[in-house]
Design a protein. Structure first.
Length: 317
């Protein structure tokens, strides 16, 4: 609140009014209750301009955020999974506006892996933090694929993880989230053809077969698996974890040990930290995803580079 005094007698209160967009994933199992909560909060804080939008088709989150950013939105609250936050972040960055946008994420999706690092709260918590201007500056990751930049917040996986994410999205209405991830992971372990890759980092190079590579900023991927305990949302580097191979039984064993932030003591698993990561496919095919959203497949001799904009994302935590 700003206080302006005129002639020593009249005090005028100038509230800092905000333009806020709330984007709700229309596929959420809790859509009705989230819509109702959002409407109640918008009424409670009616001095601010709060626009509530529900997605109806793929790409809506991106489009809503892009348009809002061009109209100088102050903050966007994404209600959904990690992919919903990913879409609104990309929408804002693609709008290429110079005004600062504050992001918040109300986790109500399949995996909610970022929230496992920063914490779970209710919708009211995130909106009040936005209005009070409380946030953390974190690194924002990006890749350049065929001349098109793609941002991500929590992490990216290459290899089997990307295929699991793709199938999980297809079956999200058929199975509970944890069972969905487990069934698809085990199914792909049995039939996945591991590519041979070269992964170049700041001080080290990994070259060999690869079942899974995690390029993380948050600790968790794949529905709460702590694949990147060495990662940090700040600091300007990635936590990189490479699993060369694993059997079905090893993957089951890995899952039971990855619920926390402990490293796996296995020779097939390697942990690194790097400010920049370059992966080249030497043979075979390598699928990739960002924040749980399938992105693309790289083929032999193709390359992808992961980089960071340090402290460029304002996120409510």
């Amino acid at each position: 609140m700003f206080h302006l005094f005129l002639f020593g007698q009249i005090e005028i209160h100038l509230a800092l009014l905000m333009n806020i967009l709330i984007v709700i994933n229309g596929l959420s199992d809790r859509l009705a209750s989230i819509e109702a909560s959002a409407a109640t909060l918008a009424s409670k804080y009616s001095e601010h301009s709060i626009d509530v939008r529900v997605t109806k088709s793929a790409g809506d989150s991106f489009r809503y955020a892009y348009v809002a950013a061009t109209h100088k939105v102050d903050a966007i609250l994404a209600c959904g999974g990690d992919g919903t936050l990913n879409e609104v972040v990309n929408g804002v960055f693609n709008a290429n506006t110079k005004n600062k946008v504050l992001f918040a994420h109300y986790p109500c999706g399949n995996a909610n892996d970022l929230a496992r690092t920063i914490g779970f709260h209710d919708l009211k918590y995130y909106l009040e933090k936005i209005i009070s201007g409380e946030y953390m500056s974190i690194d924002c990751a990006f890749i350049d694929r065929n001349g098109k930049e793609r941002r991500f917040v929590n992490g990216s996986t290459a290899g089997i993880g990307a295929l699991v994410c793709k199938d999980v999205s297809t079956l999200r209405r058929s199975l509970p989230s944890s069972l969905n991830y487990l069934v698809n992971t085990l199914a792909w372990v049995m039939r996945y053809k591991r590519p041979f890759v070269k992964i170049e980092m700041d001080d080290e190079v990994y070259e060999g077969e690869m079942m899974l590579a995690v390029i993380g900023k948050g600790h968790f991927m794949g529905n709460g698996l702590g694949f990147a305990p060495q990662a940090s949302l700040t600091g300007g580097d990635f936590g990189v974890t490479v699993i060369s191979r694993a059997s079905v039984w090893q993957m089951i064993s890995f899952r039971s040990k990855l619920n926390g932030k402990d490293k796996l003591d296995r020779h097939e698993v390697n942990y690194y930290k790097s400010k920049k990561v370059k992966i080249t496919v030497l043979s075979g095919q390598m699928p990739i995803e960002t924040d749980g959203e399938f992105l693309d497949i790289l083929y032999e001799k193709e390359t992808i580079v992961f980089e960071l904009d340090k402290d460029s994302l304002c996120l409510v935590t």
